[in-house]
Design a protein around this ligand. Sequence first.
Ligand SMILES: [Zn+2]
Ligand SMILES: [Zn+2]
Ligand SMILES: [Zn+2]
Length: 263
Amino acid sequence: MSRSILPCSCGYLFEESGPIFRDGDDDEYDGPLFNCPEKGLANHITYPPFRRLSDEYQPSGLYYRGWDSGILQPAIHWCFVGEIIADVLPPVMSSVTTLRTRFGEEMIVAWYTDNGVLPANMKKGNTLCILYAERKQFLDGRNGIRQESIGHAYVFPCTYEQLRAETHHLWRNAHEKAKHCFQCNKATGSRCGKCKLAYYCSTECQSAAWGLHKKLCGDEAKILGLALMPEMPFGDQLSWVTLVTEAKEFAKTLAESSDVSAN
Ligand SMILES: [Zn+2]
Ligand SMILES: [Zn+2]
Ligand SMILES: [Zn+2]
């Protein structure tokens, strides 16, 4: 945690961690502390650095409302994302995973799940995403995430950079009427018959992408969820299962509005 932190691609450089309070009118909060113009996984509010996560003793005003009433309610979606940089060693009762975020932070997730069950694909080079993760200080003084809910954690079998690229393609195709090939960006109507979300203009492009896509095809709807989460309306906190349902619904409303604007 001593290394310096990288800025978001929007240019925002994070100050020291500390509580952020938020009260009153939403229009008052236009600055980079409360907003990021970046799409999908690059959005630093939905996908914050570790130091900007809500702390168990200092809940973040980015993510909770109700300071005046004293009853804090979650107000937006967020998800912590980090690439696994060391393999998890058994025994699993209280395993620890070491992660690096896109901001260059290295930190740990300590698992306290029922029966010691961990998410699948937990290995070096894969990317762990934890919905609504919170910071915690451990007894030894280290900061990390203490994760009890397995339903909020998911490991994608690819690197952070591969996940970022896939969310970029899904975001673009969800927002534009013309669909584009995930491999060469050419406009196309052909898509993967299995997930129906990844577009490839030709068998050449599909086979060039297959090495990665065969690992992500079954997860494509979850990745769509990551791509759209910064824009999705907040009703309640989601699990990975309900995120997929909500993301597909939201993509449908985007498609309908792009049909209207095209006419
Ligand atoms: Zn940003
Ligand atoms: Zn192509
Ligand atoms: Zn597919």
